[in-house]
Design a protein around this ligand. Structure first.
Ligand code: C2E
Ligand code: FE
Length: 403
């Protein structure tokens, strides 16, 4: 039985069904889990929550003391591909994000040129050539090994006119970052990145007036638009160099785990890990970018929106790994600190998602710019009060971040 209990009544052995409130605000990765460890109980207590939902069929009730041995199925459910629990082990020393930015910019530019050329040729009816795509993905992977935040910061830089190309580059980078987070091996990361780069190639055979229509599509136009995964699959299938993973992600990146996606309405185990990854990376980059038909949501807002969508849209484990990859406060988020200072998120902490590394530059108390300082919030000298809207403050976040 699912029941709501006072946070003060929670104890080890209970099965936490849901934390009342937005799970993104609390330092737990799973929405539901068996409370077995004292450190998790301490964490729950320190969150200052009032109430928590527990499942008495899977763990202890408030009143009883009996042990329940049912393991938490939600935390380990899903996927027909093994997901190793540990992120990729680093073999290269991590460098500061500022140090990696220049190299990352060059890689992004190179990727943009490659995708533009590849996609334009397909648009003109020529055969697809993916020469160089894999070595590009390898460069992306190496940059992420040095510091993933540089490329993850740059994916925000897009011009609405080149959206389809830059979106492909961004999804490629997000797939690599997510693959690393999920602990995939080098070959799988390469496949995931290449698949991201090619996932929307089918849009190249969609008439321009539909693809770049500045407003909402009619039902007929949306039917045409929704043919892009299958059209893309046909293009990729005719190219002998394309790996099965790219075909799979291209065809299935608009499927949903609840079977309400398209084109095949696949659900559950019928969807591979790569297709599930593609769905999350595609939607995140779409909604956090300006498109011809819709303005962008901020990165932090995009994550919150995706987290609020009903179960069944995304694979929960993949989505949670994705949040871990880009953060609850993604790079570029403007934050007001408890000290009254404003700062921009520069990179994620390797320790905790709730304590990113930020660049402070403004005092709301003095209403004036202050000496720029890089602050690691995990050190505990200051804390986050709330997210601020840079447009309302009139700040150019890209300039502050130096990108
Ligand atoms: P896209 O713009 O790259 O968006 C990819 C996917 O992100 C969408 O797939 C959808 O799942 C998600 N998404 C994008 N914006 C929103 C949003 O505001 N709310 C929610 N909940 N999800 C969002 P979808 O809908 O199957 O669309 C596929 C492609 O069709 C889009 O790729 C875009 O190229 C085109 N498209 C969709 N709707 C429109 C439209 O109204 N006008 C135009 N011009 N194109 C559209
Ligand atoms: Fe698509």
């Amino acid at each position: 039985m699912i029941k709501k209990v006072q946070a003060s009544e929670v104890r080890l052995g209970m099965y936490i069904h849901e934390i009342c409130g937005n799970w993104l605000e609390y330092p737990f990765w799973r929405k539901s889990f068996k409370l077995n460890q004292q450190k998790d109980l301490d964490k729950l207590v320190s969150c200052g929550l009032d109430e928590i939902w527990i499942d008495t069929c899977k763990g202890l009730d408030v009143a009883d003391g009996q042990k329940i041995s049912v393991e938490n199925p939600q935390s380990v459910k899903l996927i027909n591909t093994d997901i190793p629990g540990q992120p990729v082990k680093k073999t290269v020393a991590r460098i500061a994000v500022e140090e990696e930015l220049n190299t990352a910019k060059k890689i992004q530019q190179k990727a943009k040129e490659a995708v533009t050329l590849m996609f334009s040729e397909v648009r003109m009816g020529k055969a697809l050539e993916i020469e160089g795509a894999e070595s590009l993905v390898e460069e992306i992977n190496q940059s992420m090994e040095r510091n993933p935040n540089a490329l993850l910061t740059l994916i925000r830089l897009k011009n609405v006119n080149e959206y389809t190309y830059m979106h492909s580059v961004a999804v490629c980078m997000l797939m690599v970052a997510l693959g690393r987070q999920l602990g995939l091996d080098a070959a799988q990361i390469k496949q995931a990145g290449t698949a991201g780069l090619l996932h929307d190639i089918g849009k190249m055979v969609i008439p321009n007036e539909v693809l770049n229509k500045p407003g909402q599509l009619t039902d007929e136009e949306f039917v045409i638009m929704k043919s892009h995964p299958e059209r893309g699959w046909e293009i990729l299938k005719s190219c002998y160099q394309v790996h099965e993973t790219a075909l799979d992600v291209c065809l299935h990146h608009h499927e949903r785990v609840d079977g309400k996606g398209y084109p095949k309405k696949l659900s559950g185990d019928a969807l591979t890990l790569f297709a599930r990854m593609g769905a999350v990376c595609d939607v995140y980059d779409a909604i956090s970018s300006d498109r011809c038909y819709k303005p962008a949501w901020s990165p932090a807002e995009s994550i919150r929106k995706m987290a609020s969508w009903k179960d069944g849209h995304f694979d929960e484990t993949v989505f949670q790994a994705f949040v871990k990859t880009i953060g609850i406060y993604p790079s570029g988020t403007l934050l007001k600190l408890k000290s009254g200072r404003l700062g921009v998120v520069m990179e994620q902490s390797t320790k905790k998602l709730t304590t990113p590394i930020i660049k402070t530059f403004f005092s709301t108390r003095a209403n004036a710019h202050i000496l720029v300082e890089i602050l690691d919030l995990s050190k505990g000298t200051d804390g986050i009060e709330k997210i601020e809207d840079p447009v309302q403050w009139g700040f150019d976040i890209n300039k502050i971040q130096g990108i």
